[in-house]
Design a protein around this ligand. Structure first.
Ligand code: HEC
Length: 246
């Protein structure tokens, strides 16, 4: 019986991985949403390279400014496109209808994407664009096959093409399989700088998915303080109650 259950669970595992990552290998990333410098860099990259198409609907600029330790002026000058102010939501610049015409699909709102897709998936996605002539924008993606988004960060990362190797399958036939990538155009960043840029964007998206997480440690301190005070009271009350019984 145990064996049957184990087999069943094992059979389920690849299915779960496929559901999350489209079957492709995900690169692991570790992000720290309390790293203010990373959040600021991520917000800037997001505003420069993503906000033209994607909104972060649940977030007001004022909140971003406060949480990231930036002044209203800094945010309005450096992050907010057009005439919007800190009182506006982080809306995308492009009207949805026009975007749908251009891309065949509306660029989705990214408020909760770090939770719906996972941080590792997002990181792999931003690093996963590769040249593919058969696609409308000339690129495909390792974790999102036939993606309808251009490689928004290609100037930073550069462009890479897949390299293939030939393997002999179980059927005795030879197959071409992808075996890594090779850069054909270098970007303005080194590869490790690009990794950091991708991680910073994931950090920012992870934070906007749940801004309240930034507050929790402070809240925790208050809760523990409250419990400590309560404990002292409880102790004296207990002494008071049992005083006459002994
Ligand atoms: C030129 C418009 C455009 C820009 C700029 C752009 N995207 Fe996209 N993005 C799209 C479109 C269109 C899709 C939908 C793709 C599809 O469904 O095939 C998409 C999809 C995505 C998805 C997948 C969402 C999901 O769960 O399906 C993520 C994540 C994403 N974009 C992140 C980004 C980030 C981060 C940036 C900035 C570095 C960015 N995008 C810049 C147009 C854009």
């Amino acid at each position: 019986m145990k064996k049957t259950i184990a087999t069943f669970l094992l059979a389920l595992l690849p299915g779960l991985a496929t559901a999350a990552g489209g079957g492709a290998h995900l690169e692991e990333v570790s992000v720290n949403i309390h790293d203010e410098a990373a959040l600021q860099r991520g917000a800037k990259l997001f505003s420069n390279f993503c906000l033209s198409c994607h909104s972060v609907e649940f977030q007001r600029w004022r909140r971003t400014a406060e949480d990231l330790g930036l002044s209203q002026d800094q945010v309005e000058k450096n992050l907010i496109p057009g005439d919007d102010t800190v009182n506006d939501m982080m809306d995308n610049v492009m009207p949805a209808e026009q975007a749908a015409n251009w891309f065949g699909t509306t660029p989705p709102d990214l408020s909760v994407v770090a939770r719906s897709r996972s941080e590792d998936w997002l990181y792999s996605y931003l690093k996963g664009f590769y040249l593919d002539d058969s696609r409308p924008f000339g690129v495909n993606n390792t974790v999102f096959s036939n993606v309808g988004m251009p490689h928004a960060l290609w100037e930073l990362e550069g462009l890479k093409k897949p390299v293939y190797k030939t393997v002999t399958g179980e059927d005795g036939e030879e197959h071409k399989v992808r075996d890594g990538f090779e850069y054909v155009t270098e970007g303005s960043m080194t590869h490790s700088e690009y990794d950091r840029a991708a991680r910073d964007i994931v950090t920012f998206l992870s934070y906007v998915g749940e801004p309240a997480r930034l507050e929790r440690p402070t809240l925790g301190v208050w809760v523990i303080g409250f419990l400590a005070v309560l404990l002292v009271f409880a102790y004296f009350m207990k002494r008071e109650f049992w005083k006459d019984i002994h």
